[in-house]
Design a protein around this ligand. Structure first.
Ligand code: 2NL
Length: 329
């Protein structure tokens, strides 16, 4: 009888291997595992056996029942999965997982646009050190020792002669020391001043300065270049003005104001930067013949330009690294 049990086991497992259809599998279940199935028949025959054969036959019959049932369940599950198909396993209608993509900082984007605009007008880009000496930061720029701009309390001095540059004019001084006219450069970079921080002041900010030196350069070239720049950067209908001013390194000097309209239509002038014709004393300091050459220069704050263009009202936002701000640009 045990041999007969083994034959049924072998048949049941073999038959299961060839099944790929749920209906066929159901018929298989009835045939082997159903109430009148062949495994039940085995179990019911155990009762008819004598006491010496009963335990052994019972153990084998139960083992066969377990094994065949488990194999059947496995196949049933895998046929169900296959029939369900991927569309029920992966819900393609769920929202995707957003990928966080980085981008250049708004100052970097603004600087790139500025360099692009001045590149189109034939300017090269020059860079210089952020740690400077008094010669490049003050003396060569015709800023005398008693001038308030040189007050140690208004600068980041490192020792008697060395400080963090307070303007990028230091770059132009270095270019004029090293190269002969014609010169046509923009000089971007960080500058440092120990200002009390508020919505419009930081102890570090970015400047873009420009310098043109050649024979016969006049204030007309300066005004035209600024006009071209403002129209390219802020739009061709932007109104602006020159306002007479004073800087130790330019003569004559002017400040550049932009006409702004607020939401209620009120107009007001705001200062964007300064400019002027290079003072002959600056040319003398760097060894350029001030009888032969003339030049102009300007300096703009890059944050201020970006604030006007994008309607940003607090300079601190640029440096807090809050993605809710940065990701808007
Ligand atoms: C401002 C004013 C200015 C300059 C910068 C300059 C540089 C050299 C010679 C002469 Cl080497 N001038 N730069 C000239 C006028 C104004 O900046 O308010 N900037 C934010």
């Amino acid at each position: 009888m045990l041999d007969e049990f083994e034959t049924i086991r072998r048949q049941a497992l073999k038959e299961l291997k060839s099944i790929a259809d749920p209906d066929v599998l159901e018929r298989y279940r009835v045939k082997y595992l159903g109430r009148r199935g062949r495994i039940m028949q085995i179990l019911s025959r155990i009762g008819t056996l004598g006491p010496e054969q009963k335990p052994e036959a019972g153990r084998l019959a139960n083992e066969i029942k377990k094994e065949v049932t488990a194999a059947f369940e496995r196949l049933k599950q895998s046929l169900q999965d296959a029939q369900a198909g991927p569309s029920e396993l992966i819900d393609v209608t769920l929202p995707g997982r957003a990928v966080l993509v980085g981008r250049p900082h708004i100052i970097t984007q603004t600087l790139a646009e500025l360099l692009e605009i001045f590149g189109r007008m034939g300017f090269s880009v020059a860079y210089g050190p952020e740690v400077e000496d008094e010669w490049h930061n003050f003396v060569a720029l015709n800023i005398p020792p008693e001038h308030p701009a040189r007050d140690p309390a208004d600068n980041f001095y490192i020792d008697d002669n060395i400080l963090l540059r307070s303007q990028t004019s230091t770059i132009q001084i270095r270019v004029m020391e090293d190269t002969r006219p014609p010169i046509r450069i923009v000089a971007p970079g960080r500058v440092y001043r120990p200002d009390t921080v508020d919505a419009t002041h930081m102890y570090m900010f970015y400047q873009l300065e420009a310098l043109v030196v050649d024979e016969g350069v006049t204030m007309v070239d300066l005004k035209t270049t600024i006009e071209q720049f403002i129209h390219a950067f802020f739009g061709p209908r932007t109104k602006w003005r020159f306002r007479p001013s004073f800087f130790p390194f330019t003569e004559p000097s002017a400040e550049v104001d932009l006409l702004l309209k607020d939401k209620s239509g009120n107009e007001s002038w705001t200062e964007m930067g300064g400019c002027g014709m290079v003072d002959p004393n600056v040319f003398d300091a760097v060894g350029i013949d001030s009888e032969k050459y003339t030049g102009w220069a300007f300096g703009f704050g890059i944050e201020r330009l970006a604030m006007r263009k994008y309607g940003i009202t607090d300079i601190r936002l640029f440096f807090e690294n809050d993605l809710r701000f940065l990701s808007q640009f």
